[in-house]
Each structure stands twice: as C-alpha cells, then as structure tokens.
Design a protein around this ligand. Structure first.
Ligand code: FUC
Length: 351
C-alpha cells in the first residue's frame, strides 16, 4: 500500500429506532480523517492534527443519533431534495404544481419533514482512483417525501492527500423533479465554544432580501457598506455584533455567490489555530447561518461537553440560488426524468 492512500473503515455507531447506524471513516497519510454516519448522511467528524500532537474535530457533532433530532438545526446533515425554503410548500415542475409536506409553519424547509436528513442511508466503502471513498446511497421515494418521482440519490465523500474533502451529490429520478442538495456542516475551527473570533471571506456582492418567513423576495441587499460585506476577509464576530439590532441577531441569509476561477465561494479562518477551510462550489447561492438561536438545552455537543452555545458553529450551505418565493420558478433546479445530475461541494483544509 502506498503512503498516499486514503483508507476507509466501517464501524457501528449506535442503534436508532431499531435500526443500526454505521459510521464510515476515511483517513489519509496526513492524519486527517472524516467520518459520515448513515443517519441522514451526516458529516460526523472532520479531524485534523493539532500542534499538541492530538487531533481536533472541526465540525459540530453529538454523541448519539437521537441527539440529531432533539433540535431543529440539521447539524451537519445531508440536505435534499432541496436545501432552503419552498414557500407554502408549493412546488412547480413543468408547469405542474405539487403540494409538498410542510415542516416550518407553511414552509417546506430543507427537503421537508421526510427529507434526506431523516433517512437511513446505505453506506459502503468504494474505490476512486485507487483511494477508498465513502458512498452513501438512498432511494428517496415520492410516496415518502411528497416530491415528484422516485429519486436514486448517492452522496460520495472523498479525502485527498492534499486535504480536500469532496462531496459529490448525484441523483436520477423516475419523473421530472427538483434537486438542489447541500451538506449542513457547522464549522468551528478553533478551540473555543463559539466562532466569534473567526474571519470570513465571501465572494458575494449581494444577498437576497427575505420576508418574515425567511422566504426570498425579489429585492436584493447590496453588501457594500453593510454587515453583509465579506468581500475582504473580516471578523465574523464583529459582523454578527453589527446585526444585534435585527430579529435574528446574526446571519441567516442567502447570498448570491460568484465562484472564483477555482470555484471558491467562501473562506473561513480561525486566526488562533491558523486553521482554515475554503469552500468550493460552482452553484450560484449559499446560505450563511451563524447559529444565532442555538441554546444550552437539547444541544449537547461533544465539543462543549453536553451544552450548546449561540454561534457555536457556522453553517455555509452551497446551493443553486433560489428564485423569489412568489415566482414559484424552480426551473434551474429541475432535473429531467432518467437524467443523472450531480453537484460537488469541496472543503479545502489547511491547518
Ligand atoms: C439554515 C437556515 C434556517 C435553519 C437551518 C437549520 O439553512 O436558513 O433558518 O435554521 O439552517
């Protein structure tokens, strides 16, 4: 076996509602490892070596499967068929309207009540270019989540020897339907219980103006001169504090992003540990959620020994930029019957 190989293993994680949940792990030669659990295709750990000779997990996680459903925050879960919000659960594909199940008042959020994150995926270790990869597969049935078509969905996770984590979301459906998946990873790159001292850069000059149900309107916010301006790397904590007079008290916003020549849309850095992640995606949007409403209870994160803190992590969720809610235009995320479509999200780590 060459030194550069990424090696995969499968272990039992726990039992959830009578089903065994497995944890699949990839490790590379640099002592970096990622693991994904079959419940919700959830990114469970992203470990990098630290200066003290140990490893540090850069993403939020819980000890047990059950914990993931004790709060409404989709901690590091796989999200689909559609990330973000569908107004009134009214989906239109090929001019035909489907009433979807709703899970946030009248809204369908992150794939609805039976989205990808609630499913137990079939996990296996496969091979790609001589390296092990994690392959999560699930047949998302129309009768289960209410979207048109039975969707064969696969999320492939890989880890390169230059410390790039790749997630490839692919799908094929028995009917025309919609597909705009993401991974709801919450990063905390530091050693403290919040991300206030992190620095963030976003390749975005506009964010969408949202209505009181957080549904995109047709109006845009020009970031210039506002707390939304992350065009140059700046303190995320200062930007969150500048939002303290808003209802959200931080960011829960949809940015229109412009991938650079390398498809990088965002860069997050913890100046204290010098650890950073650059996010690669070719899609046009990203939700930035700074975990403003995290509470102490029902959020027993491993890193903070059983309690939660506001701003404990930050989620950056690449996706196709949603159209204004009232337009009911889902054409950019529509996929044709039997057509295979895939989207990649990559995390370029340095530490
Ligand atoms: C983001 C937000 C939502 C929600 C979820 C957990 O996508 O837009 O408001 O809280 O994360």
């Amino acid at each position: 076996m060459s030194n550069n190989q990424t090696v995969g293993t499968i272990d039992k994680f726990d039992d959830y509602q009578g089903h065994q949940i497995d944890k699949l792990t990839l490790s590379n030669a640099n002592n970096v490892s990622i693991s994904v659990i079959t419940l919700g295709s959830t990114l469970y750990e992203l470990n990098v070596p630290d200066k003290e000779g140990g490893v540090r997990n850069l993403v939020l996680n819980f000890e047990h499967s059950q914990d993931y459903f004790e709060n409404p925050f989709y901690i590091c879960m796989g999200i689909g068929r559609v990330g973000g919000r569908i107004a009134d659960g009214q989906l239109v594909v090929d001019g035909k309207q489907t009433q979807l199940p709703q899970n946030e008042g009248t809204t369908t959020l992150h794939g609805g009540p039976d989205g990808f994150n609630t499913q137990i995926w079939q996990g296996e270790i496969g091979k790609q270019d001589g390296n092990d990869v994690i392959i999560m597969h699930h047949l998302q049935k129309s009768e289960d989540d209410g979207f048109p078509g039975d969707m064969d969905a696969t999320i492939t996770y890989s880890l390169s020897d230059d410390n790039v984590v790749s997630m490839n979301f692919s799908a094929k459906s028995s009917e025309d339907t919609v597909f705009n998946p993401t991974q709801h990873t919450y990063f905390n790159l530091g050693k403290t219980s919040d991300i206030m001292s992190h620095q963030l850069k976003l390749n975005a000059i506009q964010a969408l103006k949202l209505d009181d149900k957080k549904i995109p309107t047709k109006d845009r916010i020009d970031v210039e001169g506002t707390p939304y301006d992350f065009r140059k790397s700046k303190s995320l904590g200062d930007a969150i504090n500048a939002m303290s007079n808003t209802k959200e008290k931080g960011f829960d916003d949809v940015f229109a992003v412009h991938p650079d020549a390398h498809n990088i849309i965002a860069e997050l850095k913890d100046p204290d540990t010098n650890c950073s992640v650059a996010i690669e995606s070719s899609r046009s949007g990203m939700i930035l959620f700074t975990a403003n409403s995290f509470t102490k209870d029902h959020m027993n994160f491993v890193r903070t020994n059983g309690v939660g803190h506001p701003h404990e992590g930050v989620a950056m969720e690449p996706m196709i930029l949603p159209k204004p809610g009232q337009e009911k235009d889902f054409s950019e995320m529509t996929i044709k019957k039997d057509q295979s479509v895939s989207y990649a999200i990559k995390y370029h780590l340095s530490f």
